[in-house]
Design a protein around this ligand. Structure first.
Ligand code: KG4
Ligand code: ZN
Length: 363
């Protein structure tokens, strides 16, 4: 048995969790900084770091209290190493190093992108990770920083099929919401505004899907681009303002149309990859995976033979449970980080995932 204390500080949530054996979440505490960043319309890295500094100790103490354990019972300390905002990451990493050093515990560095995928397997049975029929597995990771399709095989070998060429899906929703004066973060407020709206009243582009008479270059089959939808929204708003037609129904229908365009592109690309790679499981993870429209459309459009694993909303947005869950697999391999472990900002090329039970990463 392994009890892992995990920490997350890659962006604007300070989080701590206690996870047993890679799946049982005994505590998952999240201190959100949203209110601090909202006046700036986005996350300010230095401000995030200062807030993490204040929140890290209380959330960690709270996680231990909720789990009903002391540091003496913990087997390892895991922390998000990257990708993320460097000043923010450094706070969690240094805190984790201190806890590990002071308690003679091993330290585990976790890739935040892969941790998001792992969020879809928490609170469940790890047997699914070892089952042959789970693979090939396709993960759509959609957050404020990522929009990516990762293909994983039975041995844990992985290949990124595509990613965004400009904005991430969450970033597009955040910027779109800002443009509509809806506030921050944009994803949830866009979803609320779109409720009851007519998604077909206004037409927004579906970039890199081969529509609008434009051929799709093969290298962009699985890539995404959301900056065009954002520009289309800007022109749409300007036109409506000039015509003086920005009433409540207009706002609702605009939000619904914009959200539908983003979701439609995500679902279409996922379906193409499912078909071309004989995918048997689709995982949808990351903050945007909270989106009700995306969850509904994905469930509706995927063929019946494909198993859909939507990360539970509490494990979609940034949290430390996903960090502690995936870290268990590193713990089993004794894959510990040195005390001079450093943060990294960008997603490295992913060639394998550590969580395929019985896969190459386990030998
Ligand atoms: O995973 P996350 O918490 O942080 C990153 O790693 O980026 O994702 C945050 C993103 C934000 O862009 C936010 O607007 C989006 O997830 N988001 C949503 C919803 N809830 C959060 N997007 C669409 N619909 C939602 N319900
Ligand atoms: Zn994240």
């Amino acid at each position: 048995m392994a009890l892992i204390l995990s920490l997350e500080s890659s962006c604007d949530e300070s989080a701590a969790a206690v996870v047993r054996d890679g799946c049982t979440v005994l505590a998952s505490e999240v201190a959100s900084q949203i209110a601090r960043h909202a006046p700036h319309g986005g996350v300010v890295p230095e401000l995030a770091a200062r807030e993490h500094l204040k929140a890290m100790l209380p959330v960690t103490e709270q996680a231990l209290r909720t789990a009903g354990v002391t540091l003496r019972e913990i087997d390892a300390v895991a922390v998000t190493q990257g990708p993320g905002l460097i000043p923010a990451l450094l706070v969690g990493i240094n805190f984790a190093k201190g806890v590990a050093q002071a308690n003679a515990l091993p330290l585990i560095g976790v890739n935040h992108f892969l941790a998001h995928i792992y969020g879809a397997f928490l609170d469940g049975d790890l047997a699914v990770l070892g089952a042959r029929e789970t693979y090939p597995l396709l993960a759509l990771v959609v957050s404020g920083g990522h929009t990516s399709l990762l293909l994983v095989d039975r041995n844990g070998a992985a290949r990124q099929l595509g990613c965004t060429l400009d904005d991430a899906a969450g970033e597009a929703l955040d910027k779109g919401a800002k443009l509509l004066g809806l506030g921050y973060p944009g994803g949830p407020v866009m979803q609320r505004t779109a409720e009851g709206g007519n998604a077909e009243r206004f037409e927004f582009p579906r970039p890199l899907t081969g529509g609008a008479g434009r051929a799709l270059a093969p290298e962009n089959l699985y890539n995404f681009s959301f900056s065009g939808i954002k520009t289309a929204l800007l022109y749409h708003v300007r036109k409506a303002e000039a015509a003086g037609v920005c009433d409540e129904a207009w706002l609702r229908d605009t939000a619904a149309g914009f959200q539908r365009a983003v979701v439609d592109v995500l679902v279409r690309k996922t379906l193409t990859a499912v078909k071309n790679h004989a995918v048997r499981t689709v995982v949808v993870a990351g903050g945007v995976a909270c989106n009700a429209e995306l969850r509904r459309m994905m469930a509706e459009k995927l063929p019946d033979r494909v198993k859909l694993r939507l990360a539970p909303p509490k494990y979609c947005t940034d949290n430390a449970a996903m960090v502690g869950g995936i870290a268990y697999h590193a713990w089993k391999r004794r894959d510990f980080a040195p005390l001079n472990m450093d943060a990294f900002a960008r997603l490295p090329q992913i060639v394998s995932v550590p969580f395929v039970v019985g896969g190459a990463g386990e030998e």
